[in-house]
Each structure stands twice: as C-alpha cells, then as structure tokens.
Design a protein around this ligand. Structure first.
Ligand SMILES: Cc1cc2nc3c(=O)[nH]c(=O)nc-3n(C[C@H](O)[C@H](O)[C@H](O)COP(=O)(O)OP(=O)(O)OC[C@H]3O[C@@H](n4cnc5c(N)ncnc54)[C@H](O)[C@@H]3O)c2cc1C
Length: 205
C-alpha cells in the first residue's frame, strides 16, 4: 500500500495506514482487497429510574444476557436481540430504538432478578451500532499478511472503549518498532481469522 484516497478523490501518500473505521471498516478493507468478517449490528440502551437501589452491585449480567448497572440517579440496561432478529445493519443511519426489546425481554428479566424493578420508570433510550466480528466477537488487530503496512483495529464487538488504550499503544509501537513490544497482541491478530481459529469472547453484552 502506497497511498490512501479520500472521498473527494484526494490522494495522500503514506508509509503506514490504520483501518480504525468502526462499522465502516469492512468496506474500507474491501477497497484494499481484504475481506473483514465484521458486520454492523444495532444495540439499544435503556435508561430507567427505580425507587429500589440495590447496593453493592456493579455491572450485573443475567445468564439470559440482560445487563444493568447504576448510572447517575438511575440505571442503564440492555440485551443483545435474539440471533433471529439481529440483522446486519444496512442503513448506517438507522438508530431507531427497538422498544419491544425492553418490554418483552429486558424489563421482565430485570423484574425477575430484582423484584422491585417491577415498578421502574423508563426515562430514555438510545441505539448504537456494534462492529461485530462474526468469527469470535474479538478485535482483529495488526497487519494483514497480504498488505503489511496496513494495520487493522476492527471488530471490537462492543468492548472497544475498554481496549482502546492498549490497542492504540500496541499499534503505535508496531509502527515505531516494527512489532509488538510492551503489549503482545498476536493472539488477536489476523492469523486466527485466516486459520479459522476463533478466540471466543463470551462476555459480550
Ligand atoms: C450502545 C453501545 C454501547 C457500548 N458500550 C460499551 C462499553 O460499555 N464498553 C466498551 O468498552 N465499549 C462499548 N461500546 C463499544 C465501543 O463504543 C466501540 O467498540 C468503540 O467505539 C469502537 O471504536 P473505534 O474507534 O474502533 O470505532 P468508532 O468509534 O466507530 O470510530 C470509527 C470512526 O471511523 C469513521 N469512518 C468510518 N468509515 C470511514 C471511512 N471509510 N473513512 C474514514 N473514516 C471512516 C467513523 O465515522 C467514525 O468516526 C459500546 C457501543 C455501543 C454501540
């Protein structure tokens, strides 16, 4: 790879490039002839108030996948939709909240786990897009063997904020030093994708 081309046609020569395009990463990788197994999936977050304030609990994940945690004066909660109703996002501007998820799955599960949540009051909600790595729900980080000066940091699958500092540092060291230095991320590299060897992340909400 010798250059990147911007949407307006401008060409910028470069020694290195990093694909950090989130849910846009698959299309960007395809422009370099690389197939990235990452799709965009909608995830909704619900914000509620409750007279019940369970103490001593941080992030709680029910075995069903429904999660909640305290947030300000209230709580946030959510769940990944059942696989059959979890399509890949086609319209990248689709941020419509799936309210049925709350009514049919999240609320009943919360009320079962914390009975006082039966009386909760929904305050707000929003939707975002996860960049889901279909192989194993973990990031794909580092160079692809076919284009060794194009680095990847894609497919965070909903846990990218936690991993961003480590991934950023490791990629910076790769560019400066030519390899993993203070953090060895080789287990999360392309080779497992090419070999079809998943490194599954089970704790995705
Ligand atoms: C509802 C929700 C809740 C989440 N909660 C958590 C959490 O609790 N903890 C956690 O760790 N993570 C969480 N995440 C995941 C976290 O937000 C992501 O993993 C993280 O933002 C990914 O960062 P990124 O820089 O890879 O991609 P992004 O933040 O998506 O940034 C990608 C950027 O690339 C740009 N771009 C796209 N295509 C192109 C292109 N062709 N050319 C140039 N630029 C392009 C985009 O406009 C965007 O600015 C959550 C995500 C969602 C949706």
């Amino acid at each position: 790879m010798v250059a990147v081309r911007l949407a307006d046609g401008q060409r910028i020569a470069c020694g290195w490039a990093i694909n950090a395009a989130g849910t846009g990463a698959t299309a960007l990788a395809a422009s370099a002839g690389i197939s990235l197994p990452v799709v965009a999936r909608k995830r909704c977050v619900f914000n509620f108030r409750s007279p019940a304030r369970p103490t001593g609990c941080g992030l709680v994940i029910d075995p069903s996948g429904v999660y909640f945690r305290a947030e300000g004066q209230g709580f946030i909660a959510g769940v990944a939709p059942p696989e059959a109703s979890d399509p890949d996002i086609v319209d990248r501007n689709d941020f419509e909240v799936e309210h049925a998820l709350f009514d049919d799955i999240v609320w009943p599960t919360l009320a079962h786990r914390v009975p006082a949540f039966e009386a909760l009051r929904l305050q707000g909600s929003w939707a975002g897009h996860y960049d889901v790595n279909l192989l194993d729900a973990n990031v794909i980080v580092g160079p692809h063997p076919a284009v060794d000066n194009l680095l990847f940091a894609n497919g965070f699958s909903g846990h990218g904020l936690q991993q961003a500092p480590g991934v950023g540092r490791a990629l910076a060291e790769w560019i400066v030093d030519g390899g993993w230095r203070s953090i060895d991320l080789s287990a999360l590299g392309w080779q497992r994708v090419i070999d079809g060897r998943p490194l599954p992340e089970d704790a995705v909400v």
